[in-house]
Design a protein around this ligand. Structure first.
Ligand code: PXP
Length: 240
């Protein structure tokens, strides 16, 4: 099956915010990413607006023609934003407002009722719901029971172990993907995926619907340019 590449453009907003004006223009970058082959655009508006701002989300909604994926912790302000904007997909992440970046998946079992209520509200608004989880059977099965459509597997542990032992690094994700598929969930993945580790991950993982990649991709674009970078990430996802 083909796997979509969603480009996370948070870092573009970080760069823009460093100077207080509108360079680089996140809306233009999103449109350019799509033109260069991205299958989706991901943003993570945080309460402190340190990178993507609420206003960016509304501006992006007007132009994104591929899949718009908004990640975040489902606090009341986030829920009002996403139910207003109605992106194709919302990815629920458990991180605290001041977290540097997402660093673990949800404990879906402990937050069962909260996530079930949030998921129901999002689905009533016509939004696909993905829940960010570690590759653990119990959490994935709980994600299916709360009514999610997909899980996003947290891939930093894979990326960390990959250089030492690629097979051992990927094996929990292969199992997780099979379990997700068996309980009727789609499979997304993200965090620290890069040109070094993506091709192997994609080749090994059955049922991988989408990867969302930000940090490494934007860093690669400094050397390769955005068009060549997106082309190379897409090549890692080609069906053999
Ligand atoms: N998925 C989630 C839930 C994230 O929070 C992030 C980081 O914003 C990513 C994917 C992308 O991670 P990276 O920037 O390391 O590619």
């Amino acid at each position: 099956m083909s796997t979509n590449l969603s480009v996370n453009i948070n870092k573009i907003a970080t760069l823009r915010n460093a100077r207080g004006e509108n360079v680089p223009d996140v809306v233009k970058v999103a449109v350019d990413c799509e033109r260069m082959g991205a299958n989706g655009i991901t943003v993570h508006p945080r309460p402190d607006e340190r990178h993507i701002r609420r206003a960016d989300v509304y501006d992006l909604q007007k132009v994104v023609r591929t899949e718009f994926n908004i990640e975040g912790y489902p606090a009341p302000e986030f829920m009002s934003l996403v139910t207003d904007v109605k992106p194709e997909q919302v990815t629920l992440v458990p991180d605290a407002p001041d977290a540097l970046t997402s660093s673990a998946g949800w404990n879906v079992i402990d937050n069962y009722q909260f996530l079930a209520d949030i998921t129901q509200r999002l689905k009533q608004a016509g939004i696909r719901v993905s829940i960010f989880v570690d590759p653990e059977a119990g959490q994935i099965e709980a994600a299916a029971r709360v009514g999610a459509d997909r899980v996003e597997l947290y891939t930093k542990p894979y990326a960390d172990l990959f250089p030492l032992n690629p097979e051992k690094a990927v094996s929990p994700y292969v199992e997780a993907s099979k379990i997700a598929h068996a309980v009727g969930l789609g499979v997304n993945a993200g965090h620290d995926l890069s040109l070094l580790n993506l091709e192997f991950f994609h080749a090994r993982l059955p049922y991988l619907n989408e990867v969302s990649i930000g940090h490494a991709l934007i860093c690669d674009a400094l050397y390769l340019g955005l068009a060549e970078t997106i082309k190379r990430y897409k090549e890692c996802l080609r069906v053999c």
